[in-house]
Unconditional design. Sequence first.
Length: 127
Amino acid sequence: MGENKKNVVDVIINGIKISMISEENKEYLHEIADYINKKTDELDKNKKGGSSSQLMKLIVSVNIADELFRERKKIKDLEYELEKYIAELGKVQEENLMLKETISLLQTNLYSTKKTLQEYIEAFDDN
């Protein structure tokens, strides 16, 4: 029924042509391939001596996993901060409501006091 269309996109990762199948668009899949190639190129530039292809894949995988975990932690920290702000907002809204009620009560008391004062003034004026 509401199935998403699968895209088949050919990309080149580390010199190897790979067909990727995903619901994501082709630009996104190329972006992933470019990112992996960038990480592999960075490793190639920094490697000392001859690293095996398998070791290079492992190091790139570890580096990308490290980035993923760091970003997940950032998201978790931001979600925690957001929850704190939402809780604080709830408290502030509650306090705001209480202050509005207090203002209403004070306005009622002020009106009553003015009325009583006006009655005293009129009583004095009559005498």
